[in-house]
Design a protein around this ligand. Sequence first.
Ligand code: SF4
Length: 373
Amino acid sequence: MVHPRHVYVHVPFCGRRCAYCDFAIAVRRTVPTQEYADALSRELALRFPDGEWEADTLYLGGGTPSRLGGAGVSLVLNVLRRRISLSADAEVTIEANPDDVTPEAVEGWRRAGVNRLSIGSQSFDDRVLSWMHRTHDSASIERAVNTARAEGIENVSLDLIFALPEGMERSWESDLTQALALAPSHLSLYGLTIEPKTPLGRWHDRGEVVSSPDEQYESEFLFAHEGMSRAGFEHYEVSNFALPGRQSRHNAAYWSGVSYAGLGPSAHEFDGRCRRWNVPAYAAWLERLATGADPLEGSEHLTADNRVAEEIYLGLRTTGGLTLTGVEIARVAGWVEAGWAVLEHESRLTLTPSGWLRLDALAADLTLIRSRY
Ligand code: SF4
């Protein structure tokens, strides 16, 4: 068995559910750190019984992994290190809510080996944060960034959400300006989606919230691209911007189609041919592992057609682009002419930001062509 060089660990705990969130989370006032770490240890031993291996990236995502605190993250990393050693320049990321980023926590994270912080800021407008049911306010974002730096974690990414519902009167420009003023090395920008079975989905069903029009999504996406590019960031993937050398190596692994391990409730894993995912509920994940059972919920072997579709979709998402063949090159001529794509060295296609807004259509078209030839 070839062990993956990239490891994702899902930490499901949150203080409360945000209005738009449909992730697999466990709302807990007190985080059951030891219980979680013990179950994680059992999953690792059960699913990766043969020896130790080295990883280049480790990503603690959630949920809110920062709720583990300094000691909790240290415990979890010690569990992982029984099987997984980290390479000398490994990227070790933790997702954090601003209000969890205290000097004690950051010191614990840094000592445990964390060297990258992804802070869920979402907006700098307190009215918007309260509407989103976030647990933090705007001032705590700046405090979190300063604390991270003061305690020795320089590599900080911020998340923001755009395309908020009509009527919110949120200033996207102001949020971007305030994010840039904190000098992050990376930004992830996500358009709000209204998911069913969330508070936001229910507000929408009752007519209390009207989703943003496509034009707003497009104009905010393109506005961010312009502003971030002027500030020296590379828009290297549809939703991600980085200063030179600060791209997320972990996420880049997902987009390049290499294998990765996934541990914890709802975690997905890919071994190069087969994708598998764990049961999403924390209680079910615990129960399976307590009885020595694999917490697997489902799996799928990628067919040749699946692989083609994935290669095209992932290639078009990043500035790495996609190499085209003769008939495909002819097919994208209109895209190049419209300014939605650029063809380099006669066969390497990358999408422009305007093209990314139409990515699904081109991916479907190229997949159809490639499956025929
Ligand atoms: S903090 Fe993140 S994972 Fe937790 S409820 Fe909010 S959006 Fe979902």
